[in-house]
Design a protein around this ligand. Structure first.
Ligand SMILES: NC(=O)c1ccc[n+]([C@@H]2O[C@H](COP(=O)([O-])OP(=O)(O)OC[C@H]3O[C@@H](n4cnc5c(N)ncnc54)[C@H](OP(=O)(O)O)[C@@H]3O)[C@@H](O)[C@H]2O)c1
Length: 332
């Protein structure tokens, strides 16, 4: 089955996720949808110092939005902030330092943000990582899971009350089409079973983001949730984590701006706000979150077990350090 999924996914990718795929899709875009001014609306973007996150921050700042860049590296973030302010003339661009894999600090950051700012209109969960080897954070959590899933969960959960108080609130999560080859596997969230395969762990985390978005849409109808994949874009993440793929694809990769296009569309347009909450997007269109005949649909029991673990781990992460991870009974 995984061979079938990988082949179907790659053929789909060559056709749709490349620069050419973007140019084909863009023929059906409505350019005036993005002729908007968003002065007074505020946008939090994680991983906004580079690639898709920076391109998104730039596009939003150009339209007058207040941008909160949430980044782990002060130097890189300040350089990116300077570029954005210089290019857009918008000074309402703020940097907040946070490593999303440090789950305890994600709580602290979100709680202090809520005390400091009266509103947040849009949260963009963009930061993401692919690890080559298994590493754990202070809580013993595998680092890609901590960054891509639990960090996203904690940040979003903590900011939901602030988003709910704001006008037309939205949460957009940047997943990867790589998740199409994965079925939710809630019994091994820490990737402890078998050899560590960073690419598959990343794809599993990205499937988890899609499931999370569907669940949030059900439990928080006042907020518009969406999850999107950017196609294959030429960014530092691709050149460093997947150097062979980067070299093989070369000029066929999208630009970071093309990768960011659907994030920007989801964050800014009225048209996006009218779509059903909880959906998966590609090139400004809701698309199926499963390949045909790939058997990747989650069972309700798997989703419940996944969400229960996330909530328990998130509560556990409120403590600065833990000696032992909570244990879960996988015989649900
Ligand atoms: N490019 C593609 O083809 C592609 C395809 C599918 C999905 N995506 C997704 O697109 C999103 C953006 O990636 P990108 O391609 O634009 O790559 P990128 O330029 O390398 O950006 C990744 C961003 O995430 C940040 N980040 C990583 N781990 C973090 C952590 N623990 N705490 C805080 N920030 C962290 C990085 O910070 P540093 O600069 O400090 O490393 C960087 O700002 C990711 O979620 C990625 O999975 C990209």
């Amino acid at each position: 089955m995984s061979f079938y999924r990988n082949i179907v996914w790659f053929l789909k990718g060559i056709h749709e996720y490349t620069r050419r795929g973007y140019e084909q899709a863009a023929k059906h875009f409505v350019p005036k949808e993005l002729d908007v001014a968003v002065v007074g609306r505020s946008f939090m973007i994680t991983g906004a110092n580079s690639g898709i996150g920076k391109a998104t921050a730039m596009a939003i700042a150009k339209r007058g939005g207040t941008v909160h860049m949430v980044c782990r590296n002060k130097e890189r973030a300040e350089k990116a902030r300077e570029d954005i302010v210089r290019e857009t003339g918008n000074t309402e661009v703020y940097f907040h330092c946070l490593d999303l894999s440090e789950t305890h600090k994600v709580w602290e950051f979100a709680e202090s943000f809520k005390m400091q700012y009266p509103s947040l209109n849009v949260l963009i969960n963009n930061a993401g990582c692919m690890m080559n080897k298994r590493e754990v954070n202070d809580h013993g959590l595998e680092r890609s899971f901590a960054t891509n899933t639990l960090g996203v969960y904690i940040l979003t959960q903590s900011l939901i009350p602030l988003l709910q108080k704001s006008r037309d609130p939205r949460v957009i999560t940047v997943t990867s089409a790589g998740m199409l080859v994965q079925k939710l596997q809630p019994a091994d969230l820490q990737s402890e079973k078998g050899p560590f395969d960073g690419t598959m762990v990343y794809a599993q985390n990205k499937r988890q983001q899609v499931v999370l978005t569907e669940q949030w849409a059900k439990s928080h109808p006042a907020i518009h949730f969406s999850v999107m994949h950017p196609g294959w874009a030429d960014t530092p993440a691709v050149s460093t984590s997947m150097p062979q793929f980067h070299q093989m694809m070369g000029e066929r990769l999208r630009s970071a701006e093309q990768g960011a296009d659907t994030v920007v569309w989801l964050a800014l347009t009225r048209a996006a706000g009218k779509t059903r909450s909880g959906r998966f997007f590609q090139d400004r269109q809701p698309v199926p979150a499963h390949l045909p005949l790939a058997w990747t649909h989650s069972t309700p029991e798997d989703v419940r077990f996944f969400m229960t673990q996330l909530e328990t781990l998130a509560q556990d992460a409120k403590k600065p350090h833990t000696d032992k991870l909570p244990s879960f009974d996988p015989t649900y």
